[in-house]
Design a protein. Sequence first.
Length: 333
Amino acid sequence: MKVHSITKKIAVLMSVVTVGLASFSQAKEPLKIAYSDWPGWVAWEIGIQKDWFSEAGVEVEFLWFDYVASMDAYVAGQVDAVPMTNGDALVTGATGKPSVGIILNDYSNGNDMIVAAPGISSLEELAGKSVGLEEGYVIHLLLQKGMELKGMEPDSISIVNTPTNETPQVLASGAVEAIGAWQPNSGQALKTVAGSTPVFTSADAPGIIYDLLYVDPESLEKRKDDWAKVVAVWYKIVDYLKDEDNMDEALEILASRVSIEPEEYEPLFYGTHILSLEEALEKWEKAEGLGSVYGSSEIVDGFNVSVGVYESGLDTDKYLDPSFTKAYAASLE
């Protein structure tokens, strides 16, 4: 009986040790974030290069992808989080894997463009003509919004479904009279086709495209403290970027990530409005219209249904969680 009791105690002890080691291992597993070539997301590179995540006490592994591939990696469970537009997060959720946006990084402020061929100087002049863009993506929504604001009929422009990375070549070929794309592709189109002109951009409809960090709900539930630290690092990055004295160094860091010169990257950076903490808190407030990420997400959800991306509207509130940002702001008081 005594031997049996000792054996039982050893078994219990080993079980406790095993569980403890498993917990320790899980705690040390880095958060994995896929990121891609958009200024509001390349901005994470500043925190990476300056080792601010380690300073904050959280291990984060950033993995570089093309944008669509980054979303595919998230859906496949290869990463814990991915920066996406609020519209693409809904598409990813409806067709693959839901997510929760916890950081409102920025809104597009001109980097998303409808670029017209030489001789066309307004969106209205595209009536009866064709535009090459990727159907069902936010650039399609941007065109629709522009047509609405200009009082144009929804079917007055023909859409030619075109992969975004091919839009500069398609415009140059003359196959379409305009293209819709975001940076860097929109900028490449302007460089490739001399005399081409942006006739409508996201700066004309601020809030039509919000960019957020979207996290796997299970990871968010299990590791709230670690994600709260990621939020804190993000706002350290934002404060750094808002200081003009840091801009030369910042542009060097951002440009090196995408292998271009700082002076080439500068207009791309300013075509993205990175939100300060105060601005983000304002956009997190529930309201209709583009001034709120909630209102914007309702608009893009309606668009997704209208073009057949998915069949019925989603509960967009489930894709947004301002509590981490609000908790960070409260910690500063």
